[in-house]
Ligand binder design. Structure first.
Ligand SMILES: [Zn+2]
Length: 226
């Protein structure tokens, strides 16, 4: 990679590791692929093609993430969701690993303070507005889905939300939309009872998925502590 491109990646998060947030020197920076190159098909919206396309992680400024040695080593070809889990598992592993005696004693004496339930918020997530954070989050969710059926309710709810995010910028509008969506399941039932409706099971499933996905996204956004 050309030196000026390395500098561009380094400046993406103001000389910090995109994951743990530690400051890194240019010469120590490793370049991670947010969507792994060798695996992880993910679907994303293509403005050019006017539809969702499925592709691998690519060599592009958008997909390059500045990373410290430790995070890059740990993430390897994991998706972002898998990486988040791996970091939690690694911490819990200390209680069973070679240092378990020292770790449990240090906890007993209050020298170590375990917080295994603390949500893992990556540095790049703290730097983003809701639009960018949720877009990346949903792309990650879709990349982990092995379902090839675009009409599977959860997948449809996620791709519809992704489309909505491409049209708005305001944090407030996004939260308002998610709150309306989280109510979809309840509202649908209300309408159905009013019209004594006999709607298809699929619509029910879809409304349920819309509510579930919206609640999941709201929780995800609220995990951000600034
Ligand atoms: Zn790091």
């Amino acid at each position: 990679m050309k030196k000026e491109d390395r500098i561009k990646v380094w400046e993406k998060y103001d000389h910090h590791c995109a994951y743990c947030g530690r400051e890194i020197k240019l010469e120590d920076m490793q370049i991670d692929h947010f969507f792994p190159k060798n695996r992880g098909n993910y679907s994303r919206w293509s403005d050019k093609e006017g539809k969702y396309i499925v592709s691998h992680g690519e060599d592009s400024m958008e997909n390059y993430m500045p990373s410290c040695r430790a995070c890059n080593f740990r993430k390897r070809d994991m998706s972002i969701g898998q990486f988040r889990e791996a970091i939690k598992e690694q911490a819990k592993g200390l209680l069973k690993g070679a240092a378990k005696f020292q770790v449990s004693m240090s906890i007993a004496y209050g020298l170590l303070n375990p917080a295994f339930d603390k949500p893992i918020v990556f540095y790049f997530e703290k730097c983003m507005n809701y639009k960018d954070r949720l877009t990346k989050y949903i792309q990650g969710r879709l990349s982990e889905s092995s379902n090839v059926d675009d009409y599977e309710p959860n997948k449809l709810a996620l791709t519809n939300l992704l489309w909505f995010l491409s049209k708005v910028t305001s944090n407030e509008v996004i939260v308002a939309k998610l709150k309306i969506m989280s109510d979809a399941d309840r509202k649908r039932k209300k309408y159905l009872s009013r019209y004594d409706g006999n709607e298809s099971l699929y619509d029910d499933e879809y409304s349920k998925a819309v509510s579930t996905i919206a609640k999941e996204c709201l929780t995800y956004l609220q995990n951000k502590k600034e």
